[in-house]
Design a binder for this molecule. Structure first.
Ligand code: FES
Length: 468
């Protein structure tokens, strides 16, 4: 046989080619040889994961902002049917074949196998690079699976668990504060979720740093050292690294003679840097089957939050209240000599200060001083989570509140009251009333401008007016 020309391509070219393949083809490529297997475990190839869609043959791998978030009603009905067929599913148990159509059972089997493979084989290798995990309408995912996936994906910014059967235990790893980048969390239809999850979420998002405003002595209340990421060769990044320009990182010279290979990195593409670090570690560990260097250009990966709003009963935008609240909290903190609020936990003032703009399309920046990302949650849907109470909302309003939250859906949260809503809204200065949903029977905050309950005619999520 002649030489295998494809395998002789430089690894950076192979990696670029692999980027055009879908998940099924990538898995096939990983079985070609050890070198290809190592390449297919590069983090940037697995940035956005849609295992439920992949199980149906849809190989979409783009950022979640481009996905139509409106549930297809026909599809929802079929998933509900599958859910009944597999209602008491356990990941180690056999599938009950007594109910459900053959097509539905085959889809359930595919999904189950894919999720298990994802958790046991793929995520341990690429989990740190994963930014989006969409498990919406999965009839087979369990709390145990979600818990395992979350522990392997500390950099998640988009998590969609819509209409799944998970419980609070799925988020146990968040009790350690393991998800500081989370921007989008959709728990719509997760009826087993309670206040425990919201407490864990608040811990996972971290604490906002104390506001840096002049104290009574004219000094900063607190000054934290700016975090500087360590790079492969131990140098600090370019001070103007926020600009979109290539930066060159040196890596150890290859054992064979020749010019040293370099990574060409886009500073806005964190995955490129992670890939460089990943392959640097592999080289340090003696794995010479992988890249000897790579030249990569960043792709589009920014996840944009989109909403599934279909009805806005009362539309308008709040303007001054939240800004004045922030100003009040800052003045209270300054008068108290700085530091956190009662218990050392509550510091609802955003690090961006009272002048941070509150706009229709975007809240204040989620980055604190020095680029430290703090509580960047922008989208939270608890629609149909009927066990959530004011205590859960209070947990979210602590540790600095949610300064970036724009979309909040509490439709079907039957146990929350006006008091809990008011407390949370006071800690969400970026909240857009157009994307703020709660029960029509509550005379809560911004009743004239907020949107109403979304579950009135939903049929499969909790609502106090179901059946009317
Ligand atoms: Fe009250 Fe839907 S929960 S109107």
């Amino acid at each position: 046989r002649g030489p295998d020309h494809v395998s002789q391509l430089p690894p950076e070219t192979l990696l670029r080619l692999l980027g055009y393949l879908g998940p099924a083809d990538l898995c096939r490529c990983s079985q070609v040889c050890r070198r290809w297997a190592a390449l297919t475990r590069t983090g940037s190839l697995w940035r956005h994961l849609y295992p439920v869609r992949w199980a149906t043959g849809d190989s979409y791998q783009g950022p979640p902002g481009e996905v139509d978030q409106e549930p297809n009603e026909e599809w929802v009905r079929s998933r509900q049917h599958e859910g009944r067929a597999n209602q008491h599913w356990d990941e180690d148990a056999d599938i009950d074949e007594s109910e459900g159509s053959p097509w539905a059972l085959a889809a359930v089997r595919r999904e189950k196998a894919l999720l298990k493979g994802l958790g046991y084989h793929l995520l341990p290798a690429v989990g740190v690079s994963v930014r989006s995990l969409v498990l919406a309408y999965s009839s087979t995912v369990s709390s145990k699976m979600v818990r395992q996936m979350l522990s392997l994906c500390p950099g998640l910014s988009h998590l969609d668990l819509t209409q799944t059967d998970i419980s609070d235990s799925a988020f146990d790893c968040w009790s350690l504060g393991a998800s500081p980048r989370l921007q989008h969390l959709d728990l719509s239809g997760c009826g087993k979720i309670s206040d425990q999850t919201l407490r864990k979420l608040s811990v996972a998002l971290g604490n906002l740093p104390a506001p840096q405003v002049p104290g009574r002595g004219g000094r900063l209340l607190r000054s934290a050292p700016l975090p500087v990421p360590a790079l492969l060769d131990g140098r600090t990044p370019h001070p103007a690294g926020r600009k979109r320009q290539a930066i060159v990182f040196g890596v150890p010279a290859p054992p064979a003679p020749g010019p040293p290979r370099v990574w060409l990195l886009d500073p806005l593409e964190l995955a490129d840097i992670e890939d460089a670090a990943e392959w640097g570690r592999r080289r340090a560990g003696g794995d010479t089957r992988g890249l000897t260097g790579a030249s990569l250009e960043g792709g589009s990966s920014s996840s944009s939050s989109s909403c599934c709003c279909r009805r806005s009963r009362r539309r308008a935008h709040r303007t001054a209240l939240s800004a004045s609240f922030l100003q009040h909290r800052l003045s209270v903190a300054a008068a108290a000599g700085g530091g956190d609020g009662p218990g050392g936990r509550d510091s609802s003032s955003c690090c961006s200060g009272p002048a941070a703009p509150r706009t229709k399309n975007g809240g204040p920046p989620s980055q604190g001083p020095g680029g430290a990302c703090t509580r960047p949650l922008r989208f939270l849907s608890l629609s149909g989570c009927h066990q959530v109470t004011d205590a859960g909302l209070r947990a979210l309003s602590q540790r600095g509140g949610l300064p970036s939250l724009e979309h909040l859906n509490l439709s079907g949260c039957l146990l929350v009251t006006e008091v809990g809503l008011q407390e949370l809204v006071s800690a969400c200065p970026a909240l857009n009333d157009e994307h703020f949903y709660y029960c029509d029977n509550i005379d809560g905050p911004h009743a004239d401008t907020a949107s109403g309950c979304q579950n009135l005619q939903c049929g499969f999520r909790a609502c106090c007016r179901s059946g009317e």
